[in-house]
Design a protein around this ligand. Structure first.
Ligand SMILES: CCCCCCCCCCCCCCCC(=O)SCCNC(=O)CCNC(=O)[C@H](O)C(C)(C)COP(=O)(O)OP(=O)(O)OC[C@H]1O[C@@H](n2cnc3c(N)ncnc32)[C@H](O)[C@@H]1OP(=O)(O)O
Length: 122
């Protein structure tokens, strides 16, 4: 798995318990994974179809730098499936893992269309 980008956990990202809000993290993951999927499929027009079980393993805290790992799992006709792991950049502690995120290439009408990707392009 390759780690692509990093984010700093700031005050505005915290939940009342003082750790990174899960919804904020999922928003970042969806964006990071969608860009990764776009690079794989050479597409600027794709949607998130499915996100599998999300395992929040350890909390991220104020001032932590976290990094996003993404890996191509499989390639279909109109879709690709990727795996995501987020970890603490300094300690390498795993923060969250998602085994399966499916992205579908769509046309102007929002209907699935073949993407033609066959290999890792990110
Ligand atoms: C040059 C490059 C630069 C890149 C730079 C990128 C910049 C740009 C990045 C920004 C990118 C923004 C990314 C926004 C991310 C959202 O925010 S998307 C918003 C949330 N998502 C949605 O609203 C999607 C709503 N769902 C739908 O519209 C429809 O369900 C879909 C996705 C069009 C699929 O329709 P469908 O009738 O289910 O289609 P169907 O033909 O049955 O299946 C299509 C494919 O999905 C698979 N599939 C369907 N259901 C499932 C399932 N339950 N499980 C697994 N696979 C499934 C099928 O197997 C099939 O795959 P293939 O075998 O063809 O590979």
């Amino acid at each position: 798995m390759k780690y692509y980008s990093r984010r700093l956990v700031k005050h505005e990202h915290l939940n009342p318990a003082g750790s990174l809000f899960g919804g904020q993290l999922l928003s970042w993951i969806d964006e990071e994974a969608a860009i990764f999927a776009g690079c794989q499929m050479k597409s600027r027009s794709h949607v998130t179809k499915l996100i599998s079980e999300i395992n929040f393993m350890t909390p991220a805290k104020l001032g932590d730098v976290i990094e996003f790992g993404l890996e191509l799992i499989s390639t279909g006709h109109t879709s690709i499936t990727v795996r995501c792991e987020v970890r603490n950049k300094q300690t390498l502690a795993p923060i969250v893992s998602i085994d399966k995120m499916v992205f579908v290439n769509v046309n102007e009408a929002g209907l699935p269309v073949p993407h033609g990707a066959t290999a890792n392009a990110a």
